[in-house]
Design a binder for this molecule. Structure first.
Ligand code: SF4
Length: 287
């Protein structure tokens, strides 16, 4: 069985940067270091960071005085202000690509546009961007959200950074019918666009796809969706222990990809696991 690995699968630059900033904060700051929610959507990495002293908590109320590291997804300005008011030090690890989307949202709000953020309503990145867009904003989670929209004088559109290009273009083409003035900021990040394209290419060649990453990771889940759309049997796993030999019984090749929050080590473990499965199949076939 041939194993095809998607180039650059795993940690993106924004996630590497956030982990580095959080680890440095744990080493250099006095007092506890917190993140509001897990630093990245990968439970294995979050456990490792907790050992280093970076504690993920679900709410500001769970933070005692100390430092709050803003995750790569960013935060609403109001939440940062509240943390400061409680005496927390702020270390900002927002990914520069997300920061751009936040800046565009603030600009659209200042210039009087209705700001539409295309993405998942409950995702922290989308919540953070909305916080910068102010009251005149909404989330477009599906096409119906656009078709139901009353026409407006001026609309600005921003993408969640991990959105698929094809979906964003579809939403934008629907939005044109709702206004005479449309401003579009394509804030899909370069890493996302290239990994999605590379994953699609590998899925078209492979018999089976394995997608490695947190089940709570939006961008990993989206990669799995892309593979399924290509028509490949696709397995989304978090660690090598979940691999099952029978998935590959009739496959002559398997493609492997991973989300932005998946560490290289986990991908390597899965590749070693697949090698073992391939050897077993070979041994079985040769008897
Ligand atoms: S996926 Fe893109 S936007 Fe998100 S953290 Fe990584 S580099 Fe930044």
């Amino acid at each position: 069985m041939k194993v095809l690995v998607v180039k650059n699968a795993g940690f993106c630059f924004g996630v590497k940067r956030a982990i580095r900033i959080a680890s440095e904060a744990a080493r250099s700051r006095h007092g506890p270091v917190f993140t509001l929610g897990p630093l990245i959507h990968n439970p294995q990495v979050v456990r490792k960071l907790a050992k280093e002293g970076v504690v993920a908590v679900p709410s500001l109320d769970d933070m005692t005085k100390g430092t709050m590291v803003v995750r790569s997804h960013g935060l609403e300005p109001g939440v940062i202000e509240k943390a400061r008011a409680r005496g927390m030090e702020i270390v900002d690890a927002t990914c520069p690509n997300v920061k751009n989307a936040q800046r565009y949202a603030a600009r659209l709000a200042r210039e009087g546009y209705l700001t539409a953020v295309v993405g998942e309503a409950s995702h922290p990145e989308v919540q953070g961007i909305l916080g910068h867009a102010g009251a005149s904003s909404l989330v477009v989670a599906e096409e119906r959200d656009v078709t139901c929209l009353e026409p407006r004088e001026a609309i600005g559109v921003i993408a969640q950074t991990t959105l698929s290009q094809e979906y964003f273009s579809r939403i934008v083409s629907l939005m044109v019918e709702k206004t005479r003035e449309l401003v579009v900021y394509n804030t899909i990040c370069g890493w996302t666009a290239s990994i999605q394209e590379a994953t699609r290419e590998v899925a078209e060649k492979a018999g089976v796809m394995v997608v490695v990453g947190g089940r709570n990771s939006a961008n990993t889940t989206r990669l799995a969706r892309i593979c399924r759309r290509v028509g490949r049997p696709t397995y989304h796993i978090e660690t090598v222990s979940e691999l099952k030999t029978e998935w590959f019984a009739s496959a002559d090749s398997v493609g492997v990809t991973a989300g932005a929050s998946t560490p290289e080590g986990l991908v390597k473990d899965v590749l070693s696991g697949l090698e073992r499965i391939a050897e077993m199949a070979y041994d079985g076939g040769s008897h």
